[in-house]
Structures are given as structure tokens and as C-alpha cells.
Ligand binder design. Structure first.
Ligand SMILES: Cc1cn([C@H]2C[C@H](O)[C@@H](COP(=O)(O)OP(=O)(O)O[C@H]3O[C@H](C)C(=O)[C@H](O)[C@H]3O)O2)c(=O)[nH]c1=O
Length: 321
């Protein structure tokens, strides 16, 4: 674990839209050399300057444009950040002889599973079959990481996680969006029939898994990380409304997302067998903690919903008020 490696100098890079992973990783770690950087990873000069100055031992790439709906609206920035940004980071790792590079990826690279085959799960050896511009960009980045690993001996690992939730998650994602709209007594937009299934992973469980892979994972390997918390979107929405004591009549079925993936479900047995990881937070507890966090941290989300995010929010949801 990072705690046992106080001299391991680590950088985690992020853009603003990821799922609270950096704040969580920082809070569960006890490492004075942990550095958490936010910035544009496609800016080669900036990234190389940072590496020159800090001489990192390990790099975790959390930086991503991560929201599927935004990628449908404007794919270009996704290709730039997620693919070229990963290339810039890996080039910097090569130039400065970084000992470890970890790529945070997603189960969306496997495409989706049918709703009626609950016996099927994503495993690491499944073919890549992305559905959205977002997942295609993450899949391309994964392939590039494996190519750098083979061609240049970059000491890299990849993790593919299911849907994260928990504190600090940007309010464009389903769970914080529902919490904030319900608090404001606004309608809750459920895409299509609400039968799509996601496998919810509490952010702390995700961060513990990354921490383990970074130190004990095998170079060149991919690890799936999932919470064994499969829920339909409608179940998720109803649980949140119940927790907030808001009526289900707020639920509004709206036009489906283009290319909407049906079901994500992870088989995390590889990381369990090889590294001993298991998720520890079940959905009922995780969602209670998450709702409480948003209730207690109005200052954090108010700044976001009144900033640049407002333009996107109004474009996406104005007609659903
Ligand atoms: C925002 C929103 C979403 N939805 C539906 C669409 C999905 O079936 C589900 C979750 O949507 P969300 O956009 O929060 O997450 P996914 O599209 O599943 O993708 C997320 O989990 C993966 C692993 C990543 O890799 C992505 O980075 C991350 O964004 O709720 C609605 O019905 N209404 C809404 O207003």
C-alpha cells in the first residue's frame, strides 16, 4: 500500500469532471509525497516541466473527459484529452524513467451486456467493443498503453472500473444529478425506460483497488474493478428519492440516450484472486453516505452548478423542468 512506501513519489492527474477519485485517494492515503495535480494533460510543455521539477516515481492517470452525454454532443475534446493526453503522459514517463504508470479506464470499453442474460459479466479477456465516442476514446487509450508497454517497456497497468459514486462527484452524473434536482423539487429525467443496469462502485473501494494495483499489480495487466452492486437506473432513482423523502412523482421518462448501453456488470475475480481486493461498501450504505455528503457540502456543489456547468445543464435539462 502507498502508506508503506512513504518515499514513493506519486502524481495523480485529473480534470474537473472525474468522479471524486482524487479527493478520495488523497484522503485515504498517508503519503507526504503524494501530489494531486489538476491541469491540461495535452499540454506537452506543461507536463514535461512538471515531471522535470518533481521526478515522480509513479503516475496515475485519472485525467479524462468522462461524461457519455457530453461525448455525444462533442466527441473532439474526448479524443484529444483521453487519447492524446494519455500519450503525452506516457511520453513524459518514458523521458523521465518513471517506475510505474497506471491508467484508470472503464468497463465501457467492453460495450454492454444484454438485459436478459444476468449470468454474463465483463472479464478482462473480452474483446473491446465501445458504444459511445467517450468509450471509444478510452478504448483507444487502453490500446495505446498496452502498445507503449510492449514497444517501449513502459511499466504500465490498466484498471477498468464500473460506475463510481460517492463524495465530490461532478453533478452531471446520474446520482448527484438526482440528489441535487430532488432537493430543488425538480423533475428527475430518466432516459428511456429506466431499465438500463449499472454496477455501482463506491469511490473509496475504487481507490483502494488502484492503490493495490499500483504497488502489487503485474506490469502489462488489466484489472476489472466492480462493486457487485447491479441496479436499474429506476431503482437507483427511487432509492435516492426515498432517502430524501421526496415523491416518486418527480420521475419523468425522457428521450433515451443515443446508443445507450443496456447493462454493465463486472467480474472482479482477477483482482480478488491476485491482489486480495474486495468491495466493502454495499449500495444501501454507500448511497446513504453519498446523500449525507451532498447535504453537508452545499458550498462545494453550489459553486459548480452556478459556474460553467450551468450552460451544459441548461442545454441538457431546461426543457425537462
Ligand atoms: C445523467 C443521466 C443519466 N441517466 C442514465 C444513463 C445511464 O444508464 C445511467 C448512468 O448515467 P451516467 O451518465 O451517470 O453514467 P454512465 O453513462 O453509465 O457512465 C459512467 O460510468 C462509466 C463506467 C464511465 O466510465 C463514465 O465515465 C461514467 O460517466 O443513468 C439518466 O437516465 N438520466 C440522466 O439525467
Amino acid at each position: 500500500m502507498l502508506k508503506n512506501h512513504p518515499n514513493y513519489k506519486i502524481v495523480c492527474l485529473d480534470l474537473l469532471t472525474y468522479a471524486g477519485n482524487l479527493e478520495t485517494l488523497e484522503s485515504i492515503m498517508d503519503n507526504p509525497n503524494f501530489k494531486f495535480v489538476k491541469g491540461d494533460i495535452t499540454d506537452r510543455e506543461l507536463v514535461f516541466e512538471l515531471f522535470e521539477k518533481e521526478k515522480f516515481d509513479a503516475v496515475v492517470n485519472f485525467a479524462a473527459e468522462s461524461h457519455v452525454d457530453r461525448s455525444i454532443e462533442n466527441p473532439e475534446i474526448f479524443l484529444k484529452t483521453n487519447i492524446l493526453g494519455t500519450q503525452v503522459l506516457m511520453d513524459a514517463c518514458r523521458a523521465f524513467d518513471t517506475k510505474r504508470f497506471h491508467q484508470v479506464s472503464t468497463d465501457e470499453v467492453y460495450g454492454d451486456l444484454p438485459l436478459e442474460r444476468l449470468d454474463l459479466f465483463f472479464t478482462e479477456d473480452m474483446p473491446i467493443k465501445a458504444s459511445s465516442p467517450y468509450s471509444a476514446s478510452k478504448a483507444a487509450a487502453d490500446l495505446l498503453v498496452l502498445a507503449y508497454c510492449r514497444t517501449y517497456n513502459l511499466p504500465a497497468t490498466i484498471s477498468r472500473c464500473s460506475n463510481n459514486y460517492g463524495p465530490y462527484q461532478f453533478p452531471e452524473k446520474l446520482i448527484p444529478l438526482v440528489i441535487l434536482r430532488a432537493l430543488d423539487n425538480k423533475t428527475i429525467p430518466v432516459y428511456g425506460t429506466g431499465e438500463n443496469v449499472r454496477d455501482w462502485l463506491y469511490v473509496e473501494d475504487h481507490c483502494r483497488a488502484i492503490d493495490l494495483i499500483l504497488h502489487d499489480g503485474t506490469i502489462g495487466e488489466v484489472y476489472n474493478i466492480g462493486g457487485h452492486n447491479e441496479k436499474t437506473n429506476l431503482e437507483v432513482v427511487k432509492t435516492i428519492l426515498k432517502e430524501l423523502k421526496k415523491p416518486e412523482s418527480l420521475i419523468t421518462f425522457v428521450k433515451d440516450r443515443a446508443g445507450h448501453d443496456l447493462r454493465y456488470a463486472i467480474d472482479p475475480s482477477k483482482i480478488h484472486k491476485e491482489l486480495g481486493w474486495l468491495p466493502t461498501t454495499n449500495f444501501d450504505d454507500g448511497i446513504k453516505r453519498t446523500v449525507q455528503w451532498y447535504l453537508a457540502n452545499k458550498n462545494w456543489w453550489e459553486k459548480i452548478i452556478n459556474g460553467e456547468y450551468r450552460n451544459y445543464y441548461e442545454r441538457m435539462y431546461a426543457e425537462k423542468e
